[in-house]
Write a protein that binds this ligand. Structure first.
Ligand code: ADE
Length: 239
């Protein structure tokens, strides 16, 4: 049984996009995961295929209608489907590796991409969506966010990464940013690789890397040091 992603979007032509290449694309070719992009507009019922309307209370932009979004979900997601429904929005909880790990360990994900000013909140709540943001900036829609989320999940699906791409020591696996990396040549433009890495002393290498990880985390992301590892995200009882 493979890991399955369904993306609901007004721009299905954006998919698979970059997810069809490199590690994720190879994994898709090997049948380790699948991706289906569905056009929300196909769920519109009027002649003009209307999906949005003006916001109650006034203001700029358009809001996706709850009836259309609900019908799009009903058409794309079979009854009894256990996959969590993720709505990509800058209002969401920040995406962290802990949620990525949870989603990757499950049956897959259904991702709803917003456009315009947003999605009517009633369907977000009625469908128990997990609202997720990929960062503190505003994209023109949730599609790139969905790609980020899926890329992060797919690489954790068993069999996707070989030993060469191991996820064990990378950033966020222990609430620390990763230590810096070096390869040949040992001297480049007069710059030497840190001597300890050439020493062959595994314990000293491990100590140096740990120390560099802690230093860069203190400097760039002190917030990570006050978080407990594997913090839960999303709705209570989420997988
Ligand atoms: N849609 C627009 N901006 C977004 C963000 N930062 N994260 C997720 N979805 C978005």
């Amino acid at each position: 049984m493979s890991w399955n992603a369904t993306v609901l979007t007004l721009f299905p032509g954006m998919f698979p996009g970059p997810l069809g290449t490199s590690l994720a694309g190879r994994a898709m070719d090997r049948g380790l995961w699948s991706l289906e992009a569905r056009d929300i507009r196909e769920a519109a019922t009027d002649r003009h295929r209307t999906v949005d309307d003006t916001p109650f209370g006034g203001g700029a932009g358009m809001v996706l209608r709850p009836d259309v979004v609900d019908a799009a979900i009903a058409a794309a997601v079979p009854e009894g489907d256990q996959r969590p429904l993720v709505f990509l929005t800058p209002r969401g909880v920040p995406l962290r590796q802990s949620l990525v790990r949870q989603l990757a360990a499950g049956p897959g994900v259904v991702a709803l991409c917003g456009r315009y000013e947003g999605v009517d909140q009633r369907v977000v709540e009625a469908r128990g969506m997990i609202e997720v943001s990929i960062g503190d900036y505003v994209l023109s829609g949730g599609e790139l966010g969905a790609m980020v989320l899926l890329d992060a999940c797919v690489r954790l699906i068993p069999g996707v990464m070989g030993a060469a791409e191991s996820a064990e020591e990378e950033s966020f696996s222990s609430n620390l940013l990763e230590y810096p990396h070096y390869t040949r040549p040992a001297e480049w433009r007069g710059l030497r690789v840190p001597e300890v890495l050439l020493s062959g002393h595994h314990a000293e290498v491990a100590r140096w890397r740990r120390e560099r990880s802690e230093a860069v985390t203190r400097e760039r992301r002190p917030d990570l040091l006050t978080h407990s590892p594997n913090q839960d995200q999303g709705r209570a009882g989420a997988p």
